[in-house]
Design a protein around this ligand. Structure first.
Ligand code: HEC
Ligand code: HEC
Length: 424
């Protein structure tokens, strides 16, 4: 029993230490604690083996014995680091570090050297070792990404973004540069691109649906309105508050033009932190706002009122208007076979809802609302419409969060003209 306690003390101490460090540096406490405990436990097991008769091995044998372990460890380290979203350079450095371990352990196990006979030879050997270590160190570190003062200076002195004379796509490109230069990618993904998920994925959230004033406010004064699902104390303080001072008027405008492109005509917006996300279909607040839009009570979209034709309770007031209460209703017969979907209402993909509501049914009173009103409100109305045949309080499970669109899919949206006015 006593032995067991002695045996387990170091790993437990390591676990507690790892957890503390993780908490302090905001670095996945559980993961850090677990890995430290694991490594310590491994050492304890190795050390507790009865010492065999010490036997010295030559350097080749030495390396051959340790290399397989290090290779397996490197592979594990690579994938674990990748899984937890470390940038590729960090992954490379972690693996390099495992190989430094190889050198360390090989050196430890080298044959004992014969004692030196003279002071001069001792000094030569000492200096030689030091020299060799230095050369190794410099050669390895030179391969890693360098801090180049000139590059950093150039960045600082780079002419600020000036908008005068730039047209649409150029402004968006300038805005993307502002996004990159200000390290927004360090916390925000934009669809598949970016380094971490500390903040919302601005692509799947479809931040481009929101109006310019809202976007500017979120950048300049991020503590004012918290992004849904990011109201824990850590996320609350994460987004820097200095952008208002750092960004010029032109830079902020360009940045907003870039953010406005972040939309998805094939999926409803997704909210929340990675792992705890939900779609607008399951968001009671959005559905409440969608109800206002549907019933013509949203001041931001004056003149838009779905209920005058589709009925406040879903019973159509206009003959021919789609009845949202019947989950088995089908797509309009006004479309020819190629255009028409054969799915029933309950299986309509988001892309179809969006297309019908933004582009309408030509030749009927169902107008192309997307050419007149901001799409933010149309998505909200879609989230509400769904509740007529799929009431929120009777759902057994949440609507699955769609996979993040890939680069190829996004290109397809543009090629196939799924977007209407890119800035609506
Ligand atoms: C250190 C991490 C970090 C950096 C860097 C960062 N953000 Fe954020 N950002 C967050 C977090 C966390 C949130 C969610 C909490 C909140 O709303 O403040 C957020 C929220 C936002 C929102 C609001 C999203 C919503 O749901 O309304 C916008 C817009 C935004 N960031 C844009 C930017 C832009 C643009 C940059 C670069 C100029 C940037 N962020 C840099 C962490 C960061
Ligand atoms: C002026 C009346 C009117 C208004 C306002 C109206 N609709 Fe319609 N809607 C119709 C009619 C009529 C149809 C049926 C068209 C057809 O198939 O002939 C229809 C059909 C639809 C369809 C089904 C399209 C299809 O492919 O069958 C959807 C979805 C829809 N409306 C959503 C909305 C939403 C959301 C709003 C509010 C933003 C809205 N409608 C506002 C009249 C209206």
């Amino acid at each position: 029993m006593n032995k067991l306690i002695k045996f387990l003390t170091p790993p437990i101490a390591a676990a507690i230490f790892g957890y503390g460090v993780g908490l302090f540096y905001d670095l996945k406490p559980l993961l850090l604690s677990g890995s430290l405990a694991f490594v310590t436990l491994l050492y304890c097991i190795l050390l507790s083996r009865a010492p065999g008769k010490p036997q010295e091995k030559g350097i080749i044998k030495n390396v051959l014995m340790k290399l397989p372990v290090v290779i397996v460890l490197s592979i594990i380290v690579w994938f674990v680091a990748g899984h937890f979203g470390f940038p590729v350079w960090w992954q490379i450095e972690f693996v390099a570090f495992t190989f430094v371990g190889l050198v360390f352990f090989v050196v430890l196990d080298l044959r004992t050297m014969a004692p030196e006979k003279t002071a001069t030879r001792t000094s030569v050997r000492l200096l030689g070792t030091y020299g060799l270590a230095s050369v190794l160190f410099i050669t390895i570190t030179a391969q890693l990404p360098q801090f180049d003062p000139q590059v950093e200076l150039d960045k600082l002195n780079k002419p600020p973004v000036k908008l005068s004379g730039l047209a649409g796509p150029e402004v968006i490109a300038a805005g993307r540069r502002v996004f990159e230069d200000n390290k927004c990618f360090n916390c925000h993904k934009v669809f598949w691109e970016g380094n971490s998920d500390r903040g919302p994925n601005l692509g799947t959230k479809q931040i481009g649906l929101f109006n310019e004033d809202y976007l500017k406010e979120q950048i300049v004064d991020p503590r004012k309105i918290q992004s849904p699902g990011f109201d824990d104390p850590k996320s609350y303080k994460a987004m820097p508050t200095y952008y208002g001072e750092d960004l010029s008027e032109d830079e902020l405008n360009a940045l907003v033009s870039y953010l406005k492109t972040m939309r998805d005509p094939t999926n409803i917006p997704v909210e929340g932190k990675l792992g705890e996300q939900w779609t607008w279909y399951d968001d009671p607040k959005i559905i409440e706002e969608g109800k206002l839009v549907y019933e013509g009570k949203e001041p931001a979209v004056e003149g838009l009122n779905c209920s005058v034709c589709h009925g406040t309770d879903g019973i159509p007031l206009m003959t021919g208007a789609l009845d949202f209460r019947n989950a088995n209703n089908k797509d309009s017969e006004k479309f020819d076979a190629a255009e028409r979907s054969d799915k029933t209402l309950k299986d309509w993909p988001d892309a179809l809802w969006y297309k019908r509501v933004t582009q309408g049914v030509p030749g009927t009173p169902m107008a192309a609302w997307g050419t007149m009103f901001p799409h933010l409100y149309l998505w909200k109305a879609i989230a509400y419409e769904r509740t007529f045949h799929d009431p929120l309080d009777q759902r057994a499970s949440k609507v699955p969060v769609p996979p993040i669109p890939t680069e190829e899919e996004i290109k397809r949206w543009k090629d196939e003209g799924l977007f209407m006015d890119p800035l609506l």
